[in-house]
Design a protein around this ligand. Structure first.
Ligand SMILES: C[S@@+](CC[C@H](N)C(=O)[O-])C[C@H]1O[C@@H](n2cnc3c(N)ncnc32)[C@H](O)[C@@H]1O
Length: 274
């Protein structure tokens, strides 16, 4: 069963999300993919994929998780990778070189295009904090998992523990207010409401944290990769203010110097009982 969206606020929020990620796609592939590798490695090591498993990658973006997963499950397994952003998916597809065991499909986590109990593993790398209706998403994840199946999801910690969240939230304060509340890089700093939503579906949940890191060589490089899209429509004065706020908070050691971003992640593992 696929749940259809009818709520106009949700529809507006989703259209806004698609726009942001579509505009972000090239920068993501060029600047972000490599930097998020440690997060993806940690997610995949928690998932312990086994040859022959059927895997669903939610919010695949430019496909990094899906492409590693397809190697791990081998030719007898399968990977279905979904995303709401056609531009992100186009890059993911172009990286897959027509491998037969990975399929890329446009779709959202709140209405997963997959059959009931069809997946051994659901993966979601840095996605759930952008999902507008996480209660429905939790039900969807439980629906598509086979008994004994597992969902492994990773989200950022809050701004005090994740520099990427601190950077994006500070810049974001100057950007137009999103049409929906409760989404953004730090939206699951407190994972407990989402854990309750997962538990309510019958999934058994567990969380652990890990430290990850990446570097930007200069303030401009970080700004262009992490804030340019969300602040693109600001008037010059507001953009200057946003840049100054981030610089003052995080980059007072000189624009041309590098910064190591320390980013705590939270790994949520949800298992479907028999
Ligand atoms: C930070 S990127 C993560 C991409 C990839 N998983 C990775 O780790 O590199 C977030 C992705 O989630 C997608 N996304 C956001 N909301 C979504 C939703 N409701 N359903 C499916 N994908 C969504 C975005 O389009 C974007 O590609």
């Amino acid at each position: 069963m696929v749940i259809q969206m009818t709520d106009p606020t949700h529809e507006k929020g989703l259209a806004w999300q698609v726009g942001v990620w579509d505009r972000m796609a090239d920068t993501y592939r060029r600047e972000i993919d490599l930097r998020f590798e440690p997060v993806i490695d940690r997610l995949l090591s928690s998932a312990r994929l086994v040859e022959g498993e059927d895997v669903l990658d939610l919010g695949t973006g430019t496909g990094a998780v899906a492409l590693s997963a397809v190697r791990q499950v081998g030719p007898k397994g399968s990977v279905t990778a979904i995303d709401i952003s056609p531009e992100m998916l186009a890059i993911a597809k172009s990286r897959a070189n027509n491998v037969a065991t990975v399929a890329f499909r446009e779709g959202g986590v709140e209405a997963i295009p997959a059959e009931d109990e069809s997946q051994d593993v659901v993966l979601a790398s840095l996605v759930m904090m952008y999902v507008i209706d996480r209660e429905t998403a939790a039900k969807e994840i439980a629906r598509v998992l086979r008994p004994r199946g597992r969902a492994v999801m990773v989200v950022w910690a809050g701004p005090e523990d994740a520099d990427i969240v601190k950077f994006q939230q500070t810049a974001g304060r100057y950007a137009p207010k999103p049409p929906v509340d409760g989404v953004g890089p730090g939206a699951l700093a407190d994972v407990s409401p989402f854990l309750r939503q997962l538990s309510a579906t019958g999934l058994v949940v567990d969380v652990e944290t890990a430290d990850t890191e990446f570097t930007f060589p200069s303030f401009d490089a970080a700004w262009d990769s992490l804030a340019a899209v969300t602040t693109a429509n600001l008037y010059d004065a507001a953009r200057k203010e946003a840049r100054s706020a981030v610089r003052e908070l995080m980059w007072n050691h000189g624009d041309g110097n590098a910064l190591d971003f320390r980013n705590k992640i939270q790994l949520i593992v949800a298992t479907k009982p028999v």
